[in-house]
Design a protein. Structure first.
Length: 419
């Protein structure tokens, strides 16, 4: 194989595996990625390094030309100093059996690069995009110059200029392309998460009105009882009853406010075992004022002991978004049924069913698209998109059945938690 074929083959492999890594692991299994980022980056980079080293061009003095520098540099920059050192060990170990004089030049170059990369990797992830690109391009060009100078000076084997240009430009363009690609996919992912948060703020502000309405009721009732207590002639028994009712009403108001504030507060992102029922109950507590406001009657039929894996606040929001849509589909009142079951093959299913306005086939097809909403200025059209994204991240699926003027049924299927 000639140099260009080798380099192009290397680059294609690196691009494809990085692509798969970003889409499958970083975007879809974000919580797993966060937990094992270093190990996963090492595995990916090691795979790329070994591939590059199996398709190389062996020149004079056993100098080996391939693009293994790309995984070494990017793995180190994104993974940090420890990853960088481990990758250095892998490259050195894999290079040794091939022998030749090139080995020492390679060892020295890789060591220099590892030290340099370990140092800048501490800051690299905070660099703006352009600075990141400058950095990697700078590294690729310096490396090319370094290796050819050494080859010429030490081994008196002046390389052909054409060779230098092909190698240097493929390496530089390759590292630029891969870095740019990683950054763009990361940015998309970041925007997606930002969207989830803005949708939550939207839900928080929608619920605020019904929460304050719901809190006003107990306050009015309490005020009424206190007013009556002013009358000194009421019997002791009645007085006690008034007092207890007033206290109960105040407690209820307090619970509503507490739940609401707990939801509105930013949440930590910890993946753990989630109790399906607890989260459904929490979502119901929060949404009941809203349901009352629309005269919607919520019924539940929950199976206890179901656990799934994910971030509890996100799952909670998911349930809340679907129930909220159900309620909004029944402005004249109706029934909303929520049930949970264990399915035979290690899955949990949660069904949320309403007797509302339903959706036409065309609307159904658009469900989950960002900004698709039939609620004019009252809707954001982000609720279902968020739901799909969260359930997807948890490894689950959603099935929606809906009939215009008849109602809708959302079935969420999620793998059960297995410790
Ligand atoms: P929003 O609620 O802000 O409009 P969503 O993404 O939550 O945005 O929902 C998108 C659209 O899907 C809604 O505007 C509505 O037309 C439709 N929809 C969602 N859930 C239901 C439901 N349970 N019944 C009828 N239509 C629904
Ligand atoms: Mg909605």
């Amino acid at each position: 194989m000639d140099l260009l074929t080798v380099l192009v083959l290397n680059l294609i492999f690196i691009l494809i595996t990085t692509f798969a890594f970003q889409f499958i692991i970083v975007n879809r299994h974000t919580s797993m990625y966060r937990k094992y980022a270093k190990a996963l980056i090492i595995i990916l980079s090691a795979m790329q390094i070994l591939f590059c080293m199996s398709f190389t061009l062996i020149g004079n003095e056993n100098f080996i030309f391939d693009l293994r520098l790309i995984p070494v540099v990017l793995g180190g920059l994104y993974g940090g100093p420890i990853v960088s050192i481990i990758l250095f060990i892998i490259v050195a170990a894999a290079r040794f059996p091939l022998g030749g004089n090139g080995i020492w030049v390679n060892f020295f170059n890789m060591l220099t690069i590892t030290v340099f990369i370990s140092y800048i990797s501490i800051r690299f992830r905070e660099y703006p995009l352009v600075k990141k690109l400058y950095t990697v391009v700078g590294i690729a060009i310096s490396y090319t110059i370094l290796i050819f100078l050494m080859k010429t000076a030490i081994f008196r084997d002046p390389s052909e200029l054409k060779f230098v240009i092909i190698y240097g430009s493929t390496l530089t363009a390759g590292i630029f392309l891969v870095t740019y690609f990683i950054e763009i996919t990361k940015q998309n992912h970041f925007l997606h998460n930002a969207m989830i948060n803005s949708e939550k703020i939207e839900v928080v502000s929608h619920l605020a009105a019904s929460v304050s309405h719901e809190v006003r009721n107990p306050l009015t009732v309490t005020r009424g009882f206190l007013q009556m207590l002013k009358d000194p002639s009421i019997p002791e028994e009645k007085r006690l009853y008034y007092l207890n009712t007033a206290i109960d009403e105040l407690d209820r108001a307090e619970t509503i406010i507490k739940d609401y504030l707990a939801f509105a507060k930013p949440q930590s992102e910890i993946t753990s075992s989630i109790s399906v029922n607890d989260e459904i109950e929490k979502a119901l507590e929060l949404i009941i004022p809203y349901a009352n406001h629309f005269s919607v009657n919520i019924k539940k039929d929950l199976m206890s002991g179901l656990h799934v894996t994910g971030e509890a606040p996100k799952f909670h929001q998911c349930i809340l978004n679907i129930i909220k849509n159900g309620i909004e589909a029944m402005p004249e009142g109706g029934d909303l049924m929520i049930s949970s079951r264990e399915k035979e093959n290690g899955f949990a299913s949660i069904v949320i069913k309403d007797t509302g306005c339903g959706m036409s086939a065309r609307q159904l097809a658009k469900l989950g698209e960002p900004y698709f909403s039939t609620k004019a200025e009252k809707g954001t059209g982000l609720g279902m998109m968020v739901v799909y994204k969260i359930i997807h991240e948890m490894g689950g699926t959603i099935e929606v059945k809906s009939k215009l003027n008849d109602g809708s049924q959302f079935t969420i299927t999620l793998p059960l938690y297995n410790p």
